[in-house]
Structure formats: structure tokens, C-alpha cells
Design a protein around this ligand. Structure first.
Ligand SMILES: [Zn+2]
Length: 404
């Protein structure tokens, strides 16, 4: 079964690459644990050797990602990163050490990767990936991996990957949570713009101050990107195309939601309106964009965060998907009641604008999660739901609410 899928997918996952050549004896020794896997074997290993991957960003995500790709024997790796190593990077960017502080990340990463595996060719660009060079830098690679976790690069790498017809492996991290997906319209999945047609209005991004992040978290997400990239190159298993994996490390929960293509997407749809690279430099001056931005694909919102948001001058529309009897016992002021069972019939009561900010809540977060999937299926892009439901609201915001 696995064998069949492996063979089938090998022809469809990613194109290009030279014909696999035979492995040298030292390669057989180095890659022995791969060769023992029937799904990889000498043929798969030779395929990796003939493969090429461009990694944008040699930071928290890029560190494990590049290390595993080099160790795995991906024949040609590209690195794009304009920054120098800083002491504060060492908390999570495990490609670097005190000895490399002050060096260009692209150079230090390249040297480290050559120590890990001298058989791999590493091309280092000490440059920012921007509208003027994105197509040139991205052309000729089989897979593009976005390891930068900022808006400007996320849109740019997405658009360029769509135009070049190659997969774009995405991840982002925020505090203790992260998410990962593979955008590949040419393989039937959505692109990033199918989900978020435009970056949020800069005014809607509350703060561009650098967000905190648990050091091991990019290690986890960057490793997931490496796994998905290697699967793409080998045509192995089910890749995260059309699915978003959300990881919550505090609760240690992994959840996936289905993602759909936007049939009228401005980049990957049949009538593209975006046909050349766009620089979204307004975000925190572009290059210094924050590690993560609130509102970015995050599916859940904490009760305290929601309370602040509702008091802001751009509050979301809050929708209560519980039953009327429950709402009569306890409800959050300003919430509009549409029980989950009626939601699909009452969509016309929601803002027609699919980018309107919506927050769904129920009692504990289960029904609102289903409602979220439903609204996303119907095209709403900026939907989140209250983590822990009204129970969490009572705990964190309004202890006067009746419990039931
Ligand atoms: Zn699209």
C-alpha cells in the first residue's frame, strides 16, 4: 500500500531534478538508516541527492530545517538571509554559537551545514528576499520553504511559488503555538492567498514589538517543515496540502483543519489579478518584521485577549453558537446568538465582507470549533473562536457570569 503510494507520488510531487545517480560507498554508510527504509532506499536517497530546496530565513525555523535537509542528503540547498547572528538568537537558532555572533547568518549557516554534510552543495545569499529579487532567487529550486515567519516574505514566497509551480512549505510560531502547511495549488491545494487574500491593515496589527517565543518551538515547527519537504521530494505519504496543522505545546495538542482553495484567488485562480511581486514593506519596516503577528492564522483567541479586542476601536463581531436556553443563563454582552445547528441557514446575517473579523464562542470551545470550520468553508477568512468558550470567559474576565 505504502509502496504503491510511494511510486505513484514520486511522479507527481515535485518535478525537475537530474536523474538519480548511483550512490558512492561513503554515501551508503552515511545514509544507512535511510537506505533501510523501503520507502526511501537507494533510489529515494539518490533522488534526494538530485533535489534542490530554497530556504528563506536561517533563523529559528531555518536552523533545524536546514540541518535536517543537509543531513538527509538533499543535494542542493539555498539560503537567503540578510541578517547577522546576535546573542539573542542563540536561545533558539541552533545553527549558531557564541563563536559566530556578528557573522552573516547565511555564511555561518553554510559553514555549519558543510560540517554536517560536505556532500551537499550550499548556496548562501546574504540578501533580503524582496519583490525585486524574489523571482530570480526562487527560480530553479524544486521546493521553497519559508522559514522567516513574517508577512512580507509569507506573501512574496507564496506568490512566487505559485507562479513557478513549486510547493511552498509554510510555518509560523507565536509564543507556545505554531502552525504548518504546504501551499501547492498545482497539486490541488490552496495557496496562502486563498486563505488570506491580503495582509491585514497595518493598523489592525496591534503591535510590531518582537513577540516572545519558547526556544524549542521553532525547533518543532522547523522540523515539521523538514519532514514535509523530504516527503514532497520523495513523493511519500500524505503531505499537508489542503490542511493546516496547529500545534499547541502548552496543552500538547496537535489539530488539523481542512483548507480549501478560493476559486477566485487573485494569484492561483483562473483570473489572476496579482501577476508580479508585491513588497509589503509597511509591516514594521519590512525587514525588521516581527517574528509573529497577532491575528495571523491563529484559530483561537484567549478570553482576556478577546475582552481587550472587544473594547478596541476595531472590535470583531462576536457570535454565540450555543442554544437560546444557554444564552438565557449566561451570555457575553454584545454577542449575536446563532445556534450552531442554524448557522449554515443564517449566513446572510453575517457581514458579507469575507475579511470581516469574526469571533465565535460556545460553552467550552467544541461547537465554536465546528462553526469556525463551517464559516471558513463558506469563505470567511478572519474567523477565530474563543478558547475554552464562555467557561474560560467566566474564569478570566467576568466571574459574575452564571455557571451552568
Ligand atoms: Zn490561491
Amino acid at each position: 500500500m505504502i509502496e504503491d503510494r510511494h511510486l505513484q507520488a514520486q511522479e507527481s510531487a515535485v518535478g525537475g531534478g537530474a536523474l538519480p545517480s548511483a550512490l558512492e560507498p561513503t554515501e551508503r554508510a552515511r545514509y544507512a538508516r535511510h537506505l533501510l527504509l523501503p520507502e526511501v532506499g537507494p533510489e529515494g536517497q539518490a533522488r534526494l541527492k538530485a533535489s534542490s530546496v530554497l530556504v528563506i530565513g536561517a533563523g529559528g525555523l531555518g536552523s533545524p530545517l536546514l540541518t535536517y535537509l543537509a543531513a538527509a542528503g538533499v543535494g542542493r540547498l539555498g539560503i537567503v538571509d540578510p541578517d547577522r547572528v546576535e546573542l539573542s538568537n542563540l536561545q533558539r537558532q541552533i545553527l549558531f554559537s557564541e563563536a559566530t555572533v556578528g557573522e552573516y547568518k547565511a555564511d555561518a549557516a553554510r559553514r555549519r551545514l558543510q560540517q554536517v554534510n560536505p556532500l551537499v552543495e550550499v548556496v548562501a545569499h546574504r540578501r533580503r528576499f524582496h519583490g525585486g529579487n524574489a523571482l530570480d532567487l526562487a527560480r530553479g529550486w524544486q521546493v521553497i520553504v519559508d522559514g522567516t515567519d513574517n508577512f512580507a516574505t509569507r506573501y512574496l514566497s507564496n506568490d512566487v511559488a505559485v507562479w513557478l509551480g513549486v510547493p511552498n512549505v509554510y510555518a509560523s510560531i507565536h509564543r507556545f503555538e505554531g502552525q504548518c502547511s504546504v501551499f501547492a495549488p498545482h497539486l490541488g491545494g490552496p495557496c496562502y492567498r486563498c486563505l488570506f487574500p491580503r495582509p491585514p491593515d497595518p493598523g489592525a496589527v496591534p503591535s510590531c514589538a518582537e513577540a516572545g517565543v519558547l526556544g524549542a518551538l521553532p525547533g518543532l515547527l522547523g522540523t515539521l517543515q523538514a519532514v514535509e519537504t523530504i516527503k514532497l521530494l520523495l513523493g511519500l505519504g500524505d503531505v499537508l496540502i489542503g490542511r493546516l496543522l496547529h500545534v499547541d505545546t502548552l496543552r500538547m495538542r496537535f489539530t488539523t483543519i481542512r483548507l480549501k482553495r478560493d476559486p477566485d484567488c487573485a494569484v492561483c485562480g483562473p483570473r489572476p489579478r496579482i501577476v508580479e511581486p508585491i513588497d509589503y514593506d509597511q509591516f514594521c519596516g519590512g525587514r525588521a518584521a516581527p517574528a509573529t503577528e497577532p491575528g495571523d492564522l491563529a484559530l483561537e483567541v484567549e478570553a482576556r485577549e478577546l475582552a481587550q479586542w472587544l473594547r478596541s476601536d476595531r472590535p470583531p463581531l462576536l457570535i454565540d453558537v450555543r442554544e437560546p436556553g444557554e444564552a438565557a443563563i449566561a451570555s457575553i454582552a454584545g454577542a449575536r446568538l446563532i445556534p450552531l445547528g442554524q448557522l449554515e441557514q443564517r449566513l446572510d446575517e453575517l457581514p458579507a465582507e469575507r475579511t470581516a473579523a469574526l469571533v465565535l464562542h460556545c460553552k467550552s470551545g467544541v461547537r465554536s470549533g465546528r462553526a469556525l470550520e463551517l464559516l471558513r468553508r463558506h469563505g470567511w477568512r478572519q474567523v477565530r473562536h474563543l478558547r475554552g468558550g464562555i467557561d474560560a470567559w467566566r474564569e478570566q474576565v467576568d466571574s459574575a457570569l452564571a455557571d451552568y
